[in-house]
Design a protein around this ligand. Sequence first.
Ligand code: DGL
Length: 250
Amino acid sequence: MIGLFDSGIGGLTVLKSLQEKMPNESFVYLGDTARLPYGTKSPETILRYTKQNVQFLKQQGVHTVVSACHSASSSILFYDLKDEDVDLYNVIEPSCSEAQSLTKTQRIGLMATQATVEGGQYHKRISTPLFAQACPLLVPLVEAGWINDPISEMVVEKYVTPLLADSVDVIILGCTHFPLLKPLIQKKVGSQVRLVDPGETLATLLAKKSIATKQSPQLKIFLTDESQHFVRLAQQILNDQNLHIQKIDL
Ligand code: DGL
């Protein structure tokens, strides 16, 4: 059983990628919706929350914990957080390798939250020029469900324009919410720019190591705040109206 955590429900995009690549695996998902967003918080605070999230998932009996949240992954790498009981994966490292293998111009773009951009962890791991763009407005737009809205299109255009001016040919979607905007972002950057979805990249990596044999995989979802808004978003992202969600306190 694999545990995933995120600041909220956006990390369900990562869960979806993992489920697609590992259909027999069981998952426990923790969304820290009561303390969302992480992307505007300091690395110290995010680390404190991250440790509590990992602890909770360990209590559920998982053998692997995935930080689906890029802002939390950035903090994990910044503080070099390790755990002796479980394998701890983040969404940043695999996407750096993937982006480097895809670029032909050796110019890579990053779209992420403020915390992830300021954390500088992508810059540390990518040896070619990296152009980072904080895209804070995209998180609330996705949460409002404005995936195909003209306003989202304008905001995406504003964010990708500097990256295109820097002639990047690969852009890392460095935030849980951005894969939901992938068609819109692809439309704005054109087909010659490759988009890296870190959830998919990590799923490919984990699938190679998966040892799951169960024929009836389980999914447990825990949220620290269970508003109707989050429940609806979770149902939309996973395309499942019958999700069983439990509210917990950390
Ligand atoms: N999950 C966060 C991330 O991937 C985005 C939402 C937030 O700011 O908490 O960085």
